[in-house]
Design a protein around this ligand. Structure first.
Ligand SMILES: [Zn+2]
Length: 202
């Protein structure tokens, strides 16, 4: 079954976090779902990411991995990004060993790019360029290290996605108000009415 990679799936705001968010409900293992359990979703994610991440990357095409080892590296990068920025979002900063693992993995990935590969983001040349999805996700993660950006990485309390809060006073509470915000509102409404019903019957 084809999964719909719509705007909501790119609520992370930057490619690194969007990639981490291909797993939902990370903090409740019994509900956890990995959208890349079907590897055929990876190239579809890459195509949608090129569309939704034009602000971050310009006119770029993300090359999905084509070999099993390339796929494993992408998943390792995804988990490394998740571990690093989830801890940071919880106020634990960038942990030495987690950061080191992320940088080593990224170093390996970048090392395999061709010598003439441009790695700056966004690709401002106005020419359509191409970059491996894994390298792009790593560079996107690096771009979050600056303290004023790192403090904007948050965790959605509903779906546990990571997102980059670009609101002026860092007041965004959900990955996506229209989805997770509304679900929480509906749940509060239900709880309140549940309590009212109890009171009424007493
Ligand atoms: Zn959410």
């Amino acid at each position: 079954m084809n999964f719909d990679w719509n705007a909501h799936r790119f609520s992370g705001g930057v490619l690194a976090l969007d990639l981490a968010n291909t797993v939902i409900f990370r903090e409740t293992p019994e509900r956890l779902q990995d959208r890349f359990a079907d590897a055929a979703e990876v190239p579809r994610f890459a195509m949608a990411a090129a569309h939704f991440r034009q602000g971050e990357w310009g006119d770029v095409q993300f090359r999905p991995p084509v070999t099993p080892s390339g796929f494993t590296t992408l998943i390792n990068a995804r988990e490394s990004i998740n571990g690093l920025f989830r801890a940071a979002a919880k106020g634990q900063g960038l942990a030495p060993r987690t950061l080191s693992a992320f940088l080593r993995l990224g170093s390996d990935v970048v090392c395999h790019e061709p010598d003439n590969q441009k790695l700056a983001l966004p690709q401002a040349s106005g020419m359509r360029s191409e970059l491996s999805l894994t390298t792009a996700a790593f560079l996107s993660g690096i771009s979050l290290f600056e303290p004023s950006r790192l403090e904007r990485v948050k965790i959605c309390p509903n779906c546990h996605w990571l997102y980059f809060d670009e609101s002026r006073n860092r007041s965004r509470r959900w990955c996506d108000m229209r989805v997770c915000g509304n679900r929480a509102k509906a749940r509060r409404h239900y709880d309140r009415n549940g309590r009212l019903a109890e009171n009424g019957s007493a």
